[in-house]
Design a protein around this ligand. Structure first.
Ligand SMILES: [Zn+2]
Length: 484
């Protein structure tokens, strides 16, 4: 598998976190000034005196004005002093929670909201903001009881529908963490019925569709978000990711430019600019139509391709045992041979291999490593494996492959976990494609030789992968029938 734009993938993941940020969204339940809630409480909540109530209101006003002007640390210090004088005030604890939430100190925010609810129950805003703080902290399971509590206590609130949908998003996010993406999709579809314009629901739905390889569906969800909020920065960025995944690089570039124009002070702007440059280079390299029957144009240089000369067949293959390599599983060798056999089959009998006893006797070797440093990037490509070719140019219409040495990383570059069997099969298919002579990358995200990491290809050769391989070797005599 190819990880051409590793940086980009990482940005995509961050974007997910950023979109869970509720602060700028109307979902955030700050009480309106002089809200009926607080006025009622003046008599109902047992303030010892009118003075005490008025002092609290002044403190709320002051801390909110500090927060609105972005002076969060000052607000926190101010509230700390006020709470020291009035430790029984639920409202001040709630304000403190808001100051911490705005500073993205989720643990402290949750503690303060809990404290506020302990002092005054029910306290719907504190309850809801506790749920949002849990969501922002990535603790969806902890958010669920807060959402339930809110709905139990405020079944007829005008926010009830929205909160019900948010509760389902919390469920869906925890399903996604367990890799139950299909269940998560169904949960989110229910949420969308309850709250069809919620950007939170739409955004989560786009993410799960991406995970399921439904890039077109993800694009539709992002389009809806951007209709509601054209400056939704995470949606802009992920839109670019979707188009990059589907090989439509010009569109990807134009979304990245929109993101950059809307976020001139973003911390990741440098990375985005680099990505635009890399994608532009890649885009100008695109020589073939992603819908054509093969992608020969992507793997030839001035009309010449790489291939094993007929006198080197069958290819002598040796694969390391992998003992002691971190993350290695014996199943990985099976994945390798499955992949090799798939390519042989694509050659329709024109390609064959034999296993040899030692590395020295082999022309095609494969070794395993747990260290990303052993799998060095070539150009912009940072792959899960690397294939090094020794070639000989005799001036024919093709370049001869003398030997191929493959090195495969057993640990997933992105999450440092051992690779799943499916990802391993994809990696082996991709690197072996290079070893068979496919020196280049496809621009169609359903091909195994697609240039970028993608959930949209399967651990099998596409029709186009097979056709391209066959094109290289079509004039060779079928070895299988010769032997028969
Ligand atoms: Zn590659």
């Amino acid at each position: 598998m190819s990880y051409s734009f590793e940086k980009f993938i990482r940005i995509g993941t961050c974007a997910l976190v950023a979109a869970g940020l509720f602060l700028p969204s109307p979902a955030f339940a700050f009480p309106a000034k002089n809200s009926p809630l607080i006025q009622q409480s003046a008599c109902a909540q047992g303030y010892r005196s009118k003075e005490e109530y008025e002092a609290e209101q002044r403190a709320v006003k002051k801390s909110e004005s500090l927060m609105h002007s972005g002076r969060l640390q000052e607000a926190i210090e101010y509230l700390r002093d006020e709470i020291a004088q009035n430790p029984r005030s639920a409202v001040l604890q709630f304000e403190m929670g808001n100051a911490y939430l705005r500073s993205r100190d989720f643990t402290s925010a949750i503690e303060r909201y809990q404290q506020a609810v302990r002092l005054r129950n029910p306290f719907p805003e504190a309850c809801l903001n506790a749920a949002y703080a849990c969501m922002d902290a990535g603790m969806e399971l902890q958010a669920i009881p807060w959402f339930h509590k809110y709905l139990r206590e405020n079944p007829h609130s005008e926010r009830a529908k929205e909160v019900e949908a948010e509760l389902l998003v919390a469920h869906a996010k925890s399903q996604m963490k367990e890799k139950r993406n299909f269940d998560a999709k169904q949960t989110l579809e229910r949420a969308l019925q309850i709250s069809p314009k919620s950007d939170l629901v739409l955004f989560s739905l786009a993410r799960v569709r991406t995970e399921l390889g439904d890039t077109q569906g993800a694009i539709r969800a992002y389009e809806e978000i951007l209709q509601i909020n054209p400056k939704h920065s995470a949606a802009l960025l992920n839109m670019a990711e979707c188009y990059q995944t589907s090989g439509q690089l010009q569109q990807a570039i134009s979304w990245l430019k929109k993101y950059a124009a809307n976020n001139p002070n973003a911390a990741d702007l440098g990375q985005i600019q680099n990505l635009i440059v890399a994608l532009s280079e890649k885009s100008s390299e695109q020589k073939s139509d992603p819908q054509a029957l093969d992608y020969v144009g992507c793997i030839t240089e001035a009309g010449r391709f790489y291939r094993w000369p007929a006198n080197r067949l069958p290819i002598k293959v040796w694969v390391a045992q992998g003992e002691g390599v971190p993350g290695f599983k014996p199943e990985f060798r099976n994945s390798f041979f499955d992949a090799l056999n798939s390519w042989m089959k694509a050659g329709q009998g024109r390609l064959q291999y034999v296993l040899v006893e030692s590395k020295e006797q082999a022309d095609l070797t494969a070794e395993w490593t747990g260290s990303p440093y052993d799998v060095k990037p070539t150009g912009h490509n940072v792959e899960q494996g690397v294939c090094m070719l020794k070639t000989l140019d005799r001036g024919h219409n093709f370049i001869e492959i003398g030997r191929a040495d493959i090195r495969i990383l057993t640990i997933d570059r992105n999450n440092q976990q051992p690779l799943s069997d499916e990802e391993m099969k994809k990696t082996c298919l991709h690197e072996l494609g290079h070893a068979m002579g496919l020196q280049g990358h496809s621009t169609n995200n359903h091909d195994i030789m697609f240039f970028s990491m993608s959930n949209t290809n399967w651990p099998v050769l596409s029709k186009r992968d097979r056709a391209t391989l066959f094109m290289i070797y079509q004039h060779y005599r079928p070895l299988v029938s010769v032997q028969q």
